[in-house]
Design a protein around this ligand. Sequence first.
Ligand code: ATP
Length: 235
Amino acid sequence: MLEVRGIETFYGAIQALHGVDLAVRRGEIVTLIGANGAGKSTLLMTICGAPQARRGAVLFEGNDITRLPTHEIMRRGIAQVPEGRRIFARMSVFENLQMGAAFADPAHFAADLERVYTLFPRLKERHQQRGGTLSGGEQQMLAIGRALMSRPRLLLLDEPSLGLAPLIVRQIFETIRAIARDEGVTIFLVEQNAFHALRLADRGYVLVNGRVKMAGSGAELLANPEVRAAYLEGG
Ligand code: ATP
C-alpha cells in the first residue's frame, strides 16, 4: 500500500534521512521506532509531501506521490495525526471534527461523525467543549478522530503516546488496534515508546540517524537484544 524507496530528505544543508526504504501492506499496523532526532517525524512529513524528498520516491497504492502537494496526498486517502496533536484550541470538539472533514464528501459527514463518536464516546460527551480545555488524552482522541473524518485508508500517527499517563497510553493503543481491526484502516505509527508500539504492531523498523538499521515482526524486535538494550531497558 505504501512504499518508501531510498528517501533522502534535507533541511537546507542538513540531511535528515539518508536513503530510507520501507513498506506497509494493506491492513497492517507497522511501527517505526527510534531515538529523539533519528528522523521519524521527518519521514512521516516526507510521506505527506512537506518537506518533499530530494531523492527517492514515495508510492501510495502504486502511484508516485513524492512530488504531490500535501492536500492532494490527503485527498488520495492518507491522513496524519501530527506530533503534539495540533488541536484547534479555540474551536469546539465538533468544530475540530468538522475541520477534519473539510475535504471529504459532505454526504458522509453524519455517518463519519457517528463513527468517531462511537469510537470515542468521551468526545461525544464533550462535543461543545473547546479543544484547548481537553485533557492530553482527550486531545489525542480528538486528533485521531479528526484524521478519521477524512475516511483515510492509511493513517499516519506521530508519537500518539507522547506526554500521556500509562493508563491513557494503553487506551489509545487499544483504540488504534480497533481502528485497524474493525475499520480496516492501515496504520503507520512512529513512536519513542518502543515497548507499546512493538506490542501493537505486526512489523517494525528501527531508525538510527536517518537510516533503517533493523526490521522485523513486532515480536522479533521486542525480543532482539540490541533493541532491548537501546530502546526498552530503563525506558
Ligand atoms: P523526535 O522524536 O524528537 O521528534 P524524530 O526522530 O522525529 O525525533 P526529526 O524531528 O525527524 O526526528 O529530526 C531529524 C533530524 O532533522 C534532527 O537532527 C533534527 O534536528 C533535524 N530537523 C528536524 N526538523 C528540522 C528543521 N525544521 N530544520 C532543521 N533541522 C531539522
